[in-house]
Design a binder for this molecule. Structure first.
Ligand code: NAP
Length: 266
């Protein structure tokens, strides 16, 4: 199989470091450069974590794409930066695989339009853990039978966006099959702002942030006399890498925009 030439944005981050390891251990993946807003002009090997990975670090994304003939950009940074990275990659004909969360609907529509114009693939997945994708799927199945549901997502306290991309995606998937319903008592009042969490089409989403957590979500359904809880836990960031690998391989063979790992697993 031909090598897939990859640039990683955010290589010092927790996800970015795992992605560097993934690329390094995968025979047909080749890391050719990294994007970091610090350390311009150095080599990744100079930073300590990867003494044997001799690829250049760029701060200027345009220069990075001009000097490196990449197939795929893996972005694991922040939503604002990630959006610019994905747009610029598409402009240079480089396929984005984006794990960064917190993109707005407008961001997604813009990237979809750019993809259509360029006729190359782009995959954005708010959760690359295969178990999390199944949790979303099972929740969508359950929502056909339970009309009341609350989503509780739990993450480490360094996470910037709330609710999580996975929670929003789960709410969207549930909303696609469930009748809209303002849940809870029609006259309920929050005596403390935020107590009932965010409201998506009448269902509530609660975000927990604590040190010690990685990425967890439980979707709780209730009806008379019973509840059903569907839960997924990621205990480390390696749990996301099998999904990143599938996405990098898939994005080479598509010319469309895909949002959500579930859309490429089958
Ligand atoms: P993190 O450890 O904070 O890593 C983010 C990295 O991006 C940091 O090293 C940061 O550098 C760097 N960065 C910021 N601006 C940059 C720029 N302009 N160019 C290059 N790098 C830049 O966070 P993380 O836990 O790895 O998560 C990264 C993203 O992935 C987040 O959006 C998170 O929600 C998401 N995530 C997705 C999944 C999934 O399955 N899709 C799973 C987990 C996390 P500094 O620290 O120096 O600012």
């Amino acid at each position: 199989m031909k090598n897939i030439k990859i640039i990683i944005a955010g290589p010092r981050g927790r996800m970015g470091r795992e992605a560097v390891r993934l690329v390094e251990r995968t025979d047909h993946f080749q890391l050719i450069a990294v994007l970091d807003y610090k350390n311009d002009g150095k080599m990744l090997a100079d930073l300590g974590d990867f003494p044997n990975v001799n690829v250049p670090i760029y701060t200027d994304i345009e220069q990075c794409f001009q000097e490196n003939d990449a197939d795929v950009l893996i972005d694991l940074t922040t939503p604002e930066v990630g959006m610019t990275h994905a747009e610029t990659a598409l402009r240079y004909g480089v396929r984005p695989v984006v794990g960064t969360t917190g993109f707005t609907k407008e961001n997604l529509l813009k990237l979809e339009a750019d993809c259509q114009e360029k006729k190359i693939g782009c995959i954005i997945a708010p959760n690359f853990a295969i178990g999390a994708v199944l949790m979303m799927r099972f929740s969508q199945m359950a929502a056909k039978f339970f009309n009341d549901v609350e989503i509780i997502e739990l993450h480490h306290d360094q996470k910037l966006d709330a609710p999580s991309g996975t929670a929003v995606k789960t709410a969207e998937m549930i909303s696609a099959v469930k009748e809209e319903k303002q849940q809870g008592h029609p006259n309920e009042k929050e005596t403390m702002k935020g107590a009932r969490g965010a409201n998506y089409d009448g269902m509530h989403i609660h975000s927990v942030r604590l040190p010690g957590l990685i990425a967890h979500q439980q979707v709780m359904f209730g009806s008379n006399g019973q509840t059903l809880t569907i839960r997924h836990d990621s205990y480390n960031r390696e749990s996301f890498m099998s999904g990143v690998k599938v996405a990098v391989e898939t994005v080479m063979n598509i010319d469309t925009f895909i949002y959500g790992l579930e859309n490429i697993l089958e």
